[in-house]
Design a binder for this molecule. Structure first.
Ligand code: AMP
Ligand code: ZN
Length: 120
């Protein structure tokens, strides 16, 4: 699997070829605000490496996925989600067409903020 897919929307966002509102970046991970937010806070957390979905994960990705899980609450708080337990956030990772995935570069939706939300 190549690290970068030149036809992938999120690879283009990560490389800066398509603009986004960046939330976070390090050597492995990138986060940016969703263009059609469901909630007051709604960003996408993605690996920089082009992994199409969770279906392609292997044991060598345990560290990467663990880092995503641990980073999400920190970024959620920085992006304006209210504190647990009255606040909190929702994480969604759509996988495959029947799982509702439209962009085939692994991403976790992180949504939060005061209700009601636009969706979800
Ligand atoms: P999914 O259905 O899980 O594949 O979600 C894809 C998400 O990407 C949707 O919530 C879209 O609103 C979002 N999206 C699509 N294009 C862009 C873009 N250019 N910048 C930010 N978010 C986007
Ligand atoms: Zn990609």
């Amino acid at each position: 699997m190549s690290d970068h897919d030149p036809n992938c929307l999120f690879c283009k966002i990560i490389s800066g070829q398509i603009p986004s509102r960046k939330v976070y970046e390090d050597d492995e991970l990138f986060a940016f605000h969703d263009i059609h937010p469901w909630a007051p806070v709604h960003f996408l957390l993605v690996p920089k490496r082009h992994i199409p979905s969770m279906a392609q994960l292997t044991p060598q990705d345990v560290g990467l996925m663990g880092r995503m899980m641990v980073l999400a609450p920190q970024l959620a708080a920085e992006a304006g989600c209210n504190p647990y337990p009255d606040g909190g956030f929702r994480m969604v990772c759509n996988t495959g067409t029947e799982g509702g995935q439209e962009v085939h570069h692994l991403h976790v939706h992180v949504m939060g903020g005061a209700r009601p939300w636009q969706r979800g």
